[in-house]
Ligand binder design. Structure first.
Ligand SMILES: *[C@@H]1O[C@H](CO)[C@@H](O)[C@H](O)[C@H]1NC(C)=O
Ligand SMILES: *[C@@H]1O[C@H](CO)[C@@H](O)[C@H](O)[C@H]1NC(C)=O
Ligand SMILES: *[C@@H]1O[C@H](CO)[C@@H](O)[C@H](O)[C@H]1NC(C)=O
Ligand SMILES: *[C@@H]1O[C@H](CO)[C@@H](O)[C@H](O)[C@H]1NC(C)=O
Ligand SMILES: *[C@@H]1O[C@H](CO)[C@@H](O)[C@H](O)[C@H]1NC(C)=O
Ligand SMILES: *[C@@H]1O[C@H](CO)[C@@H](O)[C@H](O)[C@H]1NC(C)=O
Ligand SMILES: *[C@@H]1O[C@H](CO)[C@@H](O)[C@H](O)[C@H]1NC(C)=O
Ligand SMILES: *[C@@H]1O[C@H](CO)[C@@H](O)[C@H](O)[C@H]1NC(C)=O
Length: 354
């Protein structure tokens, strides 16, 4: 029978256990090279349309080509490039799990990410119309100009057409070329990205017309938190009413608690929240093929975080970029803290000259 002091010791132990901080988990990212056309910075001045080039996958051989042929009684080099890439991706992760010297800490995981930028929206047009300086210090801080609205901006007609092309790509081209369909979908909570994801994916025959496209709405994928009313998002209940199938990450708030209208998020803070998105993805989602619908201002920092060879890739509206990402898990590493926000410049009414 346990003595009183043993019981007290056990109780103390339990208390100590409870107060032991949970390990934070982080990942160190790299982008394996030699897979996609978009790794080459020389095409940034005129980036090719991803829907016309099969997402830019290079036609190369893989170490798994041969085993593919053994398993499937097929001559693997005659399989389409995307099919062989997908086999390679699967093998990268399988080899990983089977390696007895690997434990969770230090294991490297691989995913294929499709990063899509929303179609052109009203704030994109208005920024060019007014010029960046006047836009930033005056017009971006207004909900609109009487003719156009950019508070949580919607897509323009041109933007919708851009995304219809993405929809056709996923409906017709991707199945024909055996481009792997995403297993998980994440979307920024702004109106333009929510609508972009819906227009791209919701009508595809893969759901058999039953509208079961259910992306997860993530606050960490939102626009740069700055002075622009286009950086404010609608309340959660409004989003849910418009997109009833969409799911929300845990803790997603009703109101937008992050927008101030007066301050500009620092680049370092923004890169850290994007890294937070990736850390969460690699820790909690086993899908090897993941779709992310977000903003150009997030795609470039993400490319930076994962060590992409072309982090300044020119991602124009309605376009997308694919990449293979390797993530090495590190337990017990603290996330950094970004620079604080700065105040936005304010000026009087200004406008296009002429
Ligand atoms: C990005 O691409 C667009 C469209 O092709 C082009 O007009 C623009 O000049 C490019 N930007 C850069 C920085 O190369
Ligand atoms: C890929 O390259 C192989 C070997 O050169 C070739 O046989 C095949 O036709 C190419 N596939 C495509 C889609 O270009
Ligand atoms: C296909 O491969 C499997 C396993 O490698 C083998 O058992 C089977 O006999 C093969 N089938 C044909 C038709 O070659
Ligand atoms: C972590 O994994 C890398 C290879 O991915 C290996 O070179 C290194 O020795 C490992 N480190 C530890 C502490 O296990
Ligand atoms: C509002 O901005 C748009 C550009 O987004 C411009 O075409 C339109 O003329 C502007 N309206 C007014 C009243 O200035
Ligand atoms: C989302 O897409 C579905 C399928 O195309 C469509 O029926 C629905 O109207 C769209 N919803 C919104 C809010 O755009
Ligand atoms: C779609 O429906 C058809 C016929 O009912 C079925 O064979 C197919 O498996 C379904 N596809 C998906 C992705 O559920
Ligand atoms: C995880 O591995 C790294 C080296 O790869 C090491 O520095 C760190 O202490 C390990 N963390 C834990 C909790 O074992």
């Amino acid at each position: 029978m346990a003595t009183v002091s043993q019981c007290i010791m056990a109780l103390l132990g339990a208390l100590l256990c409870l107060s032991t901080p949970v390990f934070s988990v982080s990942f160190t990212y790299t982008t394996p090279r030699g897979f996609f056309l978009q790794e080459d910075p020389s095409l940034n001045s005129s980036p090719p349309d991803y829907t016309k080039i099969s997402y830019g996958l290079l036609n190369r051989s893989y170490p798994t080509d041969q085993s593919h042929s053994n398993n499937n009684n097929n001559s693997s080099p005659t399989k389409p490039p995307w099919s062989r890439f997908t086999d390679y991706l699967t093998a990268l992760n399988r080899n990983n799990r089977n390696n007895p010297t690997n434990n969770n800490n230090n294991t490297t995981y691989y995913k294929l990410l499709y990063l899509a930028r929303h179609g052109e929206a009203h704030h994109n047009v208005a920024q060019s119309y007014y010029g960046t300086k006047c836009w930033d210090c005056y017009w971006s801080q207004q909900p609109g100009n009487g003719t156009k609205t950019w508070l949580d901006a919607e897509m323009t007609t041109r933007g919708v057409a851009q995304i219809q092309a993405s929809n056709v790509f996923w409906r017709d081209v991707a199945p024909a070329e055996e481009i792997p369909f995403p297993r998980s979908f994440y979307v920024s909570p702004m109106a333009r990205t929510l609508a972009t994801a819906n227009l791209t994916f919701a009508s595809l025959p893969v759901w058999n017309g039953s509208g079961r496209f259910k992306p997860v709405v993530k606050e960490s994928l939102r626009e740069t938190i700055n002075q622009c009313t286009c950086a404010w998002r609608h309340p959660r209940s409004r989003i849910a009413a418009r997109f009833p199938d969409y799911e929300f990450e845990e803790g997603f708030s009703e109101e937008d608690d992050l927008f101030t209208g007066k301050t500009i998020e620092s680049a370092s803070a923004q890169a850290l929240r994007i890294k937070g998105f990736l850390d969460d993805l690699f820790e909690n989602d086993e899908s090897l093929v993941v779709s992310v619908t977000t903003h150009g201002v997030n795609i470039n920092p993400l490319l930076g975080v994962v060590g992409h060879p072309n982090p300044r890739f020119n991602i124009t509206t309605g376009q997308a970029v694919a990449m293979l990402v390797a993530a090495q898990r590190v337990e017990g590493e603290k996330g950094g803290v970004g620079e604080p926000p700065v105040s936005a410049e304010v000026c009087g009414v200004c406008g296009p000259v002429g």
